[in-house]
Design a protein around this ligand. Structure first.
Ligand SMILES: [Zn+2]
Length: 431
């Protein structure tokens, strides 16, 4: 649904949306009831897989898929091309998170049926329902029947709600001159907190009444216009929700509510300032980006270098934590020299709401401070599209009030040792 209306003329919208309203129940309907400010409460089954009480961003308080494994069936309505698109969506999840899509087997009671429904762009149940549920895409005339729509629908399958329906969305979006606006998800049914993600695949494209207009003036793109797949914040959210391990086990935690245990999981990778201050990574929204910087423990602020100055951000600051330590199971988090970093092992830490598929990575290096003395520094390097690598760009580092570019830098990476994993599996150990 997020894809098909952004480019359409508004005059057609209300007609179409009204017709969809009559087709589906509210909770599995992509827009109709979503467009009016009425809360509909949904009964949810209880289970040991219920989502724990935590401050996740816009996640339905429903039932998760055990171990992140989603059994699926391909419905007979799918063409071979549809199946290729769906497999592309599976790959998007499986390459970036620990979610696994597994063909249905005898004995799988709960499963998602992947179906074509030509009367909608896309629609799916939110969370595990018990027994049969569906994720549908359809209308070919509106360019809905593709991987991007299925990535969105499968997000619902694993419990993600629409970002533009977060209960706190009015801080980030406005809906000027809209007769109908998407309702907010009832806070009783959804958690909403953390950095607002304009680029989420669960955010409709913006600058129309369905997706809202960003209040941050410099933010120009939302949803699939900002990201061609899961956004870095989607990925982090899913990995946290499903407690993914290996190289998915780092967690960006809100500075405001950092626990003692989480503080114990912060790492400075051996980097300190000359005065002994450890350099811990943080990230925060800044202009049209979410950008990495240096965490100040005392003021709980994130010091981000950019546009030739230092910004001290105190709102929506998140701190990097690595539960279990730098080395756990067969995964190792470390700093890697610029020349040896790949897009595969670099930890994506930040993103843009303006440039499609921009990626920011935590970097360490040295920088001359205000007095001209070389000292350790923390910052980021950006890759601006899918084909770039770290050889194209210098890192932008920050020290005190100084920011500057550095050619020699190290990037935060994680590597996973497959042979170690196979050995442990054979020994019957879990990772
Ligand atoms: Zn949706």
């Amino acid at each position: 649904m997020h894809k098909c209306y952004g480019t359409m003329k508004l005059i057609f919208l209300s007609v179409l949306l009204t017709s969809f309203c009559q087709l589906s129940n509210s909770y599995r309907c992509e827009t109709p009831e979503d467009w009016v400010e009425t809360a509909s409460h949904i009964r949810l089954p209880g289970s040991e897989n219920s989502i724990p009480n935590a401050d996740f961003a816009n996640i339905r308080k429903g039932v998760k898929w055990p171990k992140g494994i989603v059994p699926y069936k391909f419905h007979a309505s799918l063409t071979l091309q549809d199946i290729a698109e769906v497999r592309g969506a599976f790959e998007e999840y499986e390459s970036k998170t620990c979610i696994k899509f597994k063909p249905w087997n005898e004995g799988d009671l709960d499963f998602v049926s992947i179906e074509v429904n030509q009367s909608v762009c896309g629609v799916a149940h939110v969370c595990k329902q018990g027994g049969y549920q569906f994720a549908q895409f359809g209308d070919p005339s509106e360019r809905c029947r593709n991987k991007a729509t299925m990535v969105h629908e499968l997000g619902h399958t694993i419990c993600l709600g629409h970002e533009q329906q977060r209960s706190d969305r009015d801080n980030y979006l406005s809906f000027p001159n809209c007769d109908k606006v998407p309702r907010k998800n009832p806070s009783g049914d959804y958690w909403a907190s953390g950095i607002y993600d304009y680029s989420s695949q669960l955010h409709y494209d913006c600058n129309w009444c369905g997706g809202g207009w960003p209040k941050a003036e410099e933010v120009t793109k939302c949803g699939f216009e900002a990201e061609s797949g899961l956004s870095p914040l989607d990925v982090d959210k899913i990995n946290e929700l499903y407690d993914c391990q290996g190289c998915h086990r780092h967690r960006w935690r809100p500075a405001k509510s950092l626990t003692r245990e989480e503080m114990g999981n912060m790492y400075n990778f051996g980097y300190k300032l000359k005065d002994g201050t450890p350099l811990y990574p943080c990230r925060a929204p800044l202009r049209w980006e979410v950008s990495p910087g240096r965490y100040d423990i005392v003021t709980k602020s994130c010091h981000i270098g950019g546009w030739e100055r230092t910004f001290v951000i105190t709102e929506n600051v998140e701190v990097l934590t690595i539960p279990g330590g730098l080395n756990k199971g067969c995964s190792a988090y470390k700093l890697t020299d610029r020349a040896d970093v790949t897009r595969e092992n670099g930890i994506v830490s930040s993103l843009s709401f303006r440039y499609t598929d921009a990626r920011g990575y935590v970097t360490y290096g040295t920088l001359k401070n205000e007095s001209g003395v070389e000292d350790n520094a923390l910052g980021k390097v950006w890759l601006w599209d899918k084909n770039q690598n770290f050889q194209n760009y210098a890192a932008e580092l920050q020290h005190g009030t100084v920011t500057g570019f550095q050619e020699n830098y190290k990037v935060l990476t994680c590597s996973f040792d497959q042979s170690c994993a196979i050995k442990k599996l054979m020994e019957g150990q879990t990772m």
